[in-house]
Design a protein around this ligand. Structure first.
Ligand code: NAG
Ligand code: NAG
Ligand code: NAG
Ligand code: NAG
Length: 466
């Protein structure tokens, strides 16, 4: 089908990409999948163990006046991102069983999965193979165009007058209340996405926390974040004395993982062309492997019971953290960017030869390839312009030591991203892995005019060459 030049391109780029785990994985994976078509599956299976269930569920110790609130956010849209909304629906079902009331749970999801044309089980969403429907009953608070970062902030701040659309439900909490936030998305250094409009930048989230704290609107706040490079959302930013505890699926340089992906063990049911879930490689800091799970903020909160946030369910009373843990000796998990690509590759493979579907899937793949190439080229070109050829490679892969935030001037990061996007087009799910490079530009004192100039050159240069 004429993938040879693309494969060559991707191969030639692999060595220079090794510092970007999410992106590197994509390349590696594309190569792997193409060879998988010819070879057996075993060769590329990774050995991981995983659990996507929270540990430390035990008996409730909340007092009568302590209310539990939750905000659940799926940061993506599109069938290829099925897993994020599935995760959020699953989280809702856990909270519901835990005894939280709908009036205290606010759900942000684009809601384009259950009735998507590609969904083999219309009207339902599952989060694991043989899993039950997790979609039923999920409140449609902020769906479609209402699923924005401004609405999320308004909800967290309990500010109804700042809302645009949606159910109007906000976190109307007080100083005795506990708030649980769960967020599943692609992620990127310094930001997580929302399905509509602007991204959520780390610094802005911390500002919202500051306001919540000043308004005494919580006793404890726990944030579970499932996204690539998610450590950068809190690293060097979240103070330890705010009574906020954040746990992230990945550190600042790593990917988080999609699981139950087509063609790989453990499989989704065969009719699914998408990954069903995400996984924190380890949910508990008391487990053997903790390298991928990061904690930020007030560590004291991590010693308390999860039931303070997610309620209790009689069925979980005797839960020890191990009994429900799924252990896979041969499981293959995909990082967030790989998982998206996997969907399109799988769709292509499954379509009958010569069909319109095949042609469409082929076009999709070529479009993705050309987007990846465009972003790689333009960012490399910009880095060379701004830092000089010798220093560009360093600037591309430099990672600040832990304890330091991704960038000192977050407005600069936003402005440079905007400048790039204006001249070169949107970064999208793939290109956002480069926000660390752009942050490095800010840290090196590059201003928006310089970025604008370099972006203009890089992207008109691309057009000239094509
Ligand atoms: C709520 O949002 C509105 C509109 O953005 C703003 O003017 C107002 O100051 C906010 N109220 C509080 C208490 O922050
Ligand atoms: C957005 O919210 C408005 C107001 O609640 C509602 O009428 C509309 O249907 C919502 N849009 C979507 C796509 O859910
Ligand atoms: C929290 O810690 C910071 C320094 O890390 C300190 O400046 C601030 O006063 C502390 N706040 C409280 C309420 O203890
Ligand atoms: C939990 O353990 C107690 C004591 O062993 C037992 O009585 C109870 O039935 C168990 N609960 C569940 C849900 O298994």
């Amino acid at each position: 089908m004429g993938f040879a030049p693309q494969v060559e391109y991707l191969k030639s780029n692999m060595s220079s990409r090794s510092s970007y785990v999410c992106g590197y994985g994509t390349f590696l994976f594309l190569i792997a999948l193409l060879s998988f078509i010819a070879q057996s599956q075993e060769g590329i299976l990774n050995s991981i163990r995983a659990s996507n269930l929270p540990s430390r569920i035990r008996k409730d110790s909340t007092t009568a006046e302590e209310k539990q609130w939750a905000v659940l956010v799926a940061g993506s849209a599109g069938y290829e991102n099925y897993r994020h909304q599935a995760d959020v629906c699953h989280a809702y079902q856990i909270l519901k069983k835990g005894g939280l009331k709908d009036e205290n749970i606010v759900v942000f999801m684009y809601d384009d999965i259950a009735f998507h044309v590609d969904n083999p089980r219309p009207g339902t969403i599952i989060n694991k193979p043989f899993g039950h429907d997790v979609y039923a009953g999920v409140p449609k608070d902020y769906t479609g165009d209402n699923c924005t970062v401004d609405n999320l902030f308004a909800v967290l701040l309990g500010n109804k007058s700042a809302l645009t659309g949606g159910s109007g439900k906000v976190i109307d909490s007080g100083p005795n209340d506990n708030i649980f936030i769960y967020y599943a998305d692609h992620g990127a250094p310094g930001l997580v996405g929302m399905p509509v409009g602007k991204d959520l930048y780390a610094k802005d989230l911390i500002e919202v926390f500051r306001k919540q704290r000043e308004a005494s609107s919580y006793k404890r706040l726990v944030f579970y974040l499932e996204a690539c490079e998610s450590g950068t959302m809190f690293e060097g930013l979240l103070p330890s004395n705010w009574s906020i505890y954040a746990i992230t699926a990945a550190n600042g340089e790593e990917s988080s993982n999609g699981v139950y992906c087509p063609e790989f063990y453990p499989h989704p049911p065969s009719e699914f062309s998408t990954c069903l879930g995400d996984v924190r490689r380890r949910t508990g800091f008391d487990y053997e492997y903790t390298s991928h799970v990061m904690q930020y903020g007030n560590m004291e909160l991590s010693k308390e019971l999860l039931s303070l946030y997610i309620g209790t369910n009689a069925a979980n009373d005797n839960y020890t953290g191990n009994s429900n843990m799924e252990t896979w000796s041969l499981a293959r998990a995909f990082d967030q960017r790989e998982a998206t690509l996997l969907h399109f590759l799988h769709k292509y493979q499954k379509a009958p030869d010569g069909s319109a579907k095949k042609a469409e899937a082929h076009r999709d793949l070529l479009g993705i390839h050309s987007h990846i190439r465009h972003v790689d080229r333009s960012i490399n070109h910009i880095a060379a312009t701004l830092f000089g050829d010798e220093n560009a490679a360093n600037a591309m892969k430099f990672v600040r030591p832990s304890g330091q935030p991704l960038v000192d001037d977050w407005d600069c990061l936003k402005e440079l991203v905007r400048a790039y996007e204006k001249q070169c087009g949107g970064l999208s799910w793939y290109g956002k892995k480069y926000t660390r490079v752009i942050a490095n530009m800010c840290n090196a004192g590059i201003n928006v005019e310089q970025m604008m100039g370099a972006s203009t050159r890089a992207c008109s240069h691309e057009i000239d060459k094509n």
